[in-house]
Design a protein around this ligand. Structure first.
Ligand SMILES: Cc1cc2nc3c(=O)[nH]c(=O)nc-3n(C[C@H](O)[C@H](O)[C@H](O)COP(=O)(O)OP(=O)(O)OC[C@H]3O[C@@H](n4cnc5c(N)ncnc54)[C@H](O)[C@@H]3O)c2cc1C
Ligand code: FES
Length: 504
């Protein structure tokens, strides 16, 4: 089994250089995932002028490269809830945006000849609990009123009985790595500049009316900047305090017989999401589920084991080939923030996709593309990036931030109470005491010792060791670092300081 995302099998993805010289463009896009690349491509197509994309690592390496890859407007049971919370008009904006996102992915795939295995399939959200049937009926009624292709059915194509399922017809799944590679090729051919290995350190509006993106080696001066880094970096818009980070787990398996062709997700906890895995042949299946808030679960091993056990007890499994995990951010009212940030009309954002960013991120690109071209967009009001939300959402924000405050002062004190790393076994990590200071240490499989400072470089929260994913995770806003202190997830933009430890 490979401990890697199944989407890393995109072999022919193009590579791009790092940015070494200052440059001026009309639009700079920070973040080369599905959202950033689609936004950049649409911006080029609407004729906003010159466009540059800056990606910290490789294109598509973020959550887009760790997704399930379902492109659907079915987001669990969201429509009844949205309609009762925000009314029919705003719920319709969300529905229209996401259904259009599904269709735009298909259109771009066809237009640019992207070989990403895009396949139409129904999406089903099912319950096995008779007590939930009414909720599913209400979801179908709400979705149909909003013009979505929904119906209530009593089979989900899974090898067990269900009570009922909400079925959305004509949705799709694809290989996100190959899709991103195709977008990047189209973008480059359109004349945009694409840079990899280029981390934005700061985005700052200047009095001359430009926005400057500072990187380690150069500065990009732009008329507008789109921050598409999953969660806006640093302090931009205060989105770190308005969203919660969580991680979920996935595996790709080969079954002994044909895998279900449908895309399914359980409406009952725990979440179990399935879709076909075409690269694994007709028996290939992807299963995603489980999860926890980032920085709160020390041993994620149990989550994979749980997911694998469910898969093996549900299907006849021949082999499990890949397993991986990914991170996304959820807003207090489940609706992403898309549009102008509160700080500046020239800084645009798209964040808080709540694990449905393939359709939402594509829709975000449409809205941001219009804003960049100086136009408004009819879907924007429901996604308003400056909103605080209703009373329920504000209450949730207050509670989340009280928890963050506790992490800032308290931290996770799982100390090994050792003055050096000598007692760490191979593969073990933890917090050790060095002259009264806490240091994070990890001994790798070859016996090498890696030690870093334990204060998150974003806003100073204490980091916790994540043993199964061998990373230092921040429970405040989701930044993650590898054992050498390199950033795995923002909003942090600076690595952790490394510490020299006596290993004799
Ligand atoms: C396990 C899992 C399963 C999911 N399944 C689905 C699904 O089936 N369907 C669906 O619709 N959604 C799904 N989602 C959610 C969806 O995958 C994400 O919402 C979506 O991929 C987000 O895309 P993005 O481009 O906004 O972010 P990302 O793909 O994370 O891209 C952001 C990019 O910004 C870069 N970056 C970060 N900081 C900087 C910086 N300082 N400078 C430059 N670049 C930077 C990162 O390296 C990254 O490449 C899932 C999420 C998870 C975790
Ligand atoms: S991510 Fe904000 S303090 Fe760590």
């Amino acid at each position: 089994m490979r401990h890697a995302s199944v989407w890393t099998t995109a072999k022919d993805r193009p590579g791009f250089p790092g940015l070494r010289q200052d440059m001026e463009v009309d639009v700079a896009v920070v973040g080369g995932g599905l959202t950033g690349l689609t936004t950049a491509l649409l911006a080029r197509r609407t004729g906003v002028g010159t466009v540059a994309v800056l990606e910290a690592g490789r294109l598509g390496q973020g959550t887009t490269g760790h997704t399930t890859g379902k492109v659907t407007s079915q987001h669990g049971l969201v429509y009844a809830q949205l309609t009762s919370r925000y009314g029919q008009d705003q719920a319709r904006m969300y529905a229209d945006a996401n259904q259009a996102g599904v269709e735009l992915v298909a259109a771009l795939t066809g237009e640019y000849g992207i070989d990403c295995g895009l396949t139409r399939a129904p999406a089903l959200a099912y319950t096995r609990d008779p007590g939930q049937r009414r909720a599913l009926e209400e979801e179908v009624a709400a979705a149909v009123r909003l013009g979505l292709p929904a119906s209530l059915v009593e089979s989900a194509g899974l090898p067990f009985e269900i009570e009922a399922a909400v079925r959305f017809d004509d949705q799709s799944h694809f290989h996100p790595g190959r899709y991103v590679a195709g977008l990047a090729r189209a973008l480059s051919a359109s004349g945009a500049s694409v840079f990899e290995h280029t981390r934005a350190l700061e985005v700052e509006e200047h009095q001359d009316g430009t926005v400057q993106v500072r990187t380690a080696d150069a500065t990009v001066r732009a008329k507008s900047v789109v921050v598409a880094t999953l969660l806006p970096i640093g302090m931009i818009g205060g989105y770190f305090a308005r969203t919660r980070p969580s991680r979920s787990f996935g595996l790709a398996a080969r079954l002994r017989g044909p895998a279900p062709r449908e895309m399914t997700i359980s409406a009952d906890p725990p979440t179990r999401s399935t879709r076909p895995w075409p690269d694994g042949g007709p028996n290939g299946l992807i299963v995603v589920g489980g999860g926890h808030e980032t920085g709160t679960e020390r041993d994620t091993q149990a989550m994979w084991e749980d997911l694998e056990q469910w898969t093996r007890s549900t299907f006849e499994v021949d082999s499990v080939e890949y397993r991986w995990s990914g991170q996304d951010y959820t807003t207090a009212d489940q609706v992403p923030y898309i549009g102008r940030s509160p700080a500046s009309d020239r800084v645009l954002v798209a964040t808080g996709f709540g694990k449905w960013g393939l359709s939402n991120g594509t829709a975000a690109a449409v809205m941001l593309g219009d804003l960049l071209a100086g136009r408004d967009h009819p879907w924007l009001p429901v996604f308003d990036a400056t909103r605080l939300g209703d009373a329920k959402a504000v209450d949730r924000l207050v509670k989340d931030n009280l928890k963050v405050g506790a992490d800032l002062v308290g931290g996770h004190l799982d100390r090994l109470r050792s003055h050096h790393g000598r007692h760490l076994a191979r593969g073990q990590g933890g917090v050790i005491d060095v002259d009264g200071d806490s240091v994070g240490a990890y001994r790798d499989a070859e016996g090498g010792l890696h030690a870093v400072g334990l204060t998150c470089t974003h806003m100073g929260c204490r980091l916790a060791w994540n043993a199964a994913e061998t990373s230092w995770d921040c429970g405040c806003h989701g930044s993650r670092y590898d054992p050498d202190g390199n950033i795995l997830n923002g909003p942090a933009v600076r690595p952790l300081p490394t510490v020299d430890l006596d290993d004799d």
